[in-house]
Design a protein around this ligand. Structure first.
Ligand code: GCU
Length: 421
């Protein structure tokens, strides 16, 4: 066979494979699968108490997820300087204080910085705070004209005025329906957000973002077990937590990390890795987030690795169309957050993210919470639409599409007031 024929042979094979991908959207089509028991160690021993969970099982699960799924951070990078970009004692018509703070990182001649935008209630003392990334720049979360527009790379999107990969004034406030800032402040919480593209641009290119700061010698991309983008974003949340520990207006013991979709995957992983986060909220995080992989419902490991090859570490590709080989599943990612409160939320029409798989994950993580005497999800059937279950492990499925809505925020505020504030 000459090269051209060979090329066409592989081309047809590959395009055929993608054309053939039919997401499972019907419960009857879910294959049989067996979930690993979070309370049975890899060596088969039962884990009967929190001491054994903490000394043996939790570390081995964390190590597995690190080495084989999200990837290891190859070194440490601390904040090299904090710069106050802007501050106002009277934002949101006097209801809140606003701060924009730049965190700088330097290593081997390279620099990176990202901006943390904060709105804080004007109550006395240290405030509990929600921390979550935004998709399109800090200036999109409200129409506040004082929010600085990021100069970091963004995927072109002319309808939002993103041209030549630059964010512009045109998108100020376009995400405000996802960020009910006034309501959050009224409930007595602060809100901190960062444009995720400042930490690592969401593109399969490892020459930008935070990764190069930890390359050794002439390294061009992470090794097979080293960090993909989700770990990079989780790293940024932990460094923001480092900053909170130095800010007198923030209660670093009451930081609730949250995220929607790919940023929900990130919030779960950040909360699993870094036990300083007081609570975690996963909004429609789906595959690689809260949804069980072995069900193969909606988006699958193969599909996510193919569409977003930069999100997970390279080792994770081994599990594409090979879910039965996975010795863990996503309920164990949730279990790593125990005993801290965790909220998993789904949307009825978001079949791509497998609402039932997200529910089952919360349910199968619950025995670990029980070990700590905390109440998880003890139903075996999904709750009715718009009927949240709010225990230390919380879950709801609301009507509607893949999104983060006022309904979602109302539940998060109620739950966080009880379990964190
Ligand atoms: C895609 C992707 C999901 C992801 C989502 C998002 O749909 O397949 O895994 O959660 O984007 O981040 O909006």
């Amino acid at each position: 066979m000459n090269k051209l024929i060979l090329f066409f042979f592989f081309f047809t094979l590959m395009s055929g494979a993608s054309a053939q991908f039919q997401a499972i959207e019907n419960e009857d089509d879910v294959p049989e699968y067996k979930l690993p028991d979070p309370l049975k160690a890899f060596n088969g021993k039962n884990i009967r108490n929190t001491k054994k969970w903490e000394s043996k099982r939790r570390p081995e699960l964390l190590k597995f997820f690190t080495q084989n799924m999200y990837g290891e951070i190859p070194g440490t990078l601390e904040i090299s300087s904090v710069e106050l970009l802007e501050k106002s004692a009277s934002a949101l018509n006097g209801a809140a204080e606003r701060k924009q703070v730049d965190l700088y990182f330097k290593n081997s001649g390279k620099t990176l910085h990202f901006t943390v935008l904060m709105y804080l209630p004007k109550t006395a003392g240290k405030k509990p705070i929600f921390l979550g990334y935004n998709f399109l720049g800090n200036h999109t979360i409200t129409d506040d004209v004082n929010i600085v527009i990021s100069s970091a790379w963004a995927p072109d999107n002319p309808s939002y005025g993103i041209i030549n990969n630059q964010l512009t004034e045109q998108s100020r406030g376009v995400g405000s329906d996802r960020w009910p800032v006034e309501k959050i402040i009224d409930a007595g919480f602060g809100l901190a957000t960062i444009y995720y593209g400042e930490v690592d641009p969401d593109i399969d290119d490892f020459s930008n973002g935070i990764h190069p700061l930890l390359y050794v010698d002439d390294q061009q991309q992470p090794a097979d077990n080293e960090w993909g983008a989700i770990t990079a974003w989780a790293w940024g949340l932990s460094r923001t937590m480092d900053y909170f520990e130095t800010d007198d207006s923030i209660d670093e013991s009451k930081v609730i990390v949250l995220g929607h979709s790919r940023l929900g995957k990130t919030a779960l992983w950040a909360g699993a890795r870094d036990q300083r986060f007081a609570a975690v909220i996963s909004n429609n995080s789906g595959c690689g987030g809260a949804a069980l992989s072995k069900r193969r419902f909606g988006e699958t490991i193969w599909r996510i690795n193919r569409s977003f090859p930069h999100w997970f570490c390279k080792n994770f590709k081994y599990y594409s169309k090979n879910e039965e080989k996975l010795p863990v599943d996503q309920h164990e990612l949730i279990a790593l957050i125990a005993p801290r409160p965790v909220y998993i939320a789904s949307a009825e029409e978001d079949l791509w993210a497998d609402p039932k798989g997200e529910f089952l994950s919360a349910m199968y993580a619950s025995p670990v919470y029980k070990l700590y005497g905390k109440e998880g999800i003890d139903l075996t059937e999904m709750p009715a639409l718009n009927q949240p279950i709010q225990n230390t492990v919380a879950y709801h499925i609301r009507t509607g599409k893949h999104n983060i809505t006022d309904f979602d925020w109302d539940q998060y505020l109620k739950w966080a007031t009880k379990y964190v504030k």
